[in-house]
Design a protein around this ligand. Sequence first.
Ligand code: NAD
Length: 287
Amino acid sequence: MQRHGRPPGLGVVLAGNNPASEVYVRNKLKTVTEAGCRAELFRLDVEASIDAALALVRQLNENDAVDGILVQSPLPAGMGADAEQRVFDTIDPLKDVDGFHPLNVGLLVQKRQALVACTPLGCIELLERESIPLRGKHAVVIGRSDIVGKPMAMLLLHRDATVTVCHSRTANLAEVARTADVLVAAIGRPAFVTRDYVKPGATVIDVGINSLTARAEVERCFTEGSRKRAQFAEKGSVLVGDVHPNVEEVAGALTPVPGGVGPLTIAMVLRNTVTAAELRKDRGRAV
Ligand code: NAD
């Protein structure tokens, strides 16, 4: 990290006051700072216009001390339905630590990636660290979002898995999912993937993070006397993934929620910040 004479710098843009975003941003800033990088938070009011957001991103593009830019989703509804896309399109692709810029998405598709979306990258890191084989295996990704499902499918494909992408219109979803050696759930629906979706011994990556506040839902997900039920009684909410916790009984391996994909996503923000600093340094040399 000392090689370039200064630590890598990350600029994080947080617009509005979404409580989950506050937590995500705090964790990202903490991790990046603790690792020795410089991180700065730029806040925009919930009433801020899309033009204000774009102007801030352009400023950060020009700011030499900022190597990486991350704009936390979701943006306030008042910025318009296409606000996120407009913001991602405006970020300098070399500073795009989220990997959402169309240029970086294209490079990923062509397997020439440098900056790749952090959550799918974190999932791959988990699989590789656990030595889960991917070559020739059937990977099923449930979810086709630009930030998780699609880049996840590409990364698995590039590791020689045979990949099926499922979504809300997929027919016989449980049946398809049951053919997976590696099943990735990125749906945004609490405990959606139940035991009948999982082949015994399969590896299951749970990307979902859902907060449960309804007692019936908590009772559907967690057994009586469990730590989660006690937590719900105390706090009035608990987190659950997109995978039902009892999938643990059939899966060969299952990532926990919280504590699985989430921390790895943040670790990849750090990795991408360092990569972005190196990319800019290389560009500086090339100019
Ligand atoms: P999204 O809403 O953009 O996409 C959800 C996808 O799920 C869609 O492609 C949709 O087709 C599919 N889907 C919805 N209902 C379905 C159904 N009934 N059957 C099959 N497919 C269905 O969500 P996203 O941004 O991809 O996020 C997915 C989940 O991952 C959310 O819970 C989100 O909070 C979580 N997430 C976690 C992290 C992390 O760091 N762990 C990062 C990003 C997202």
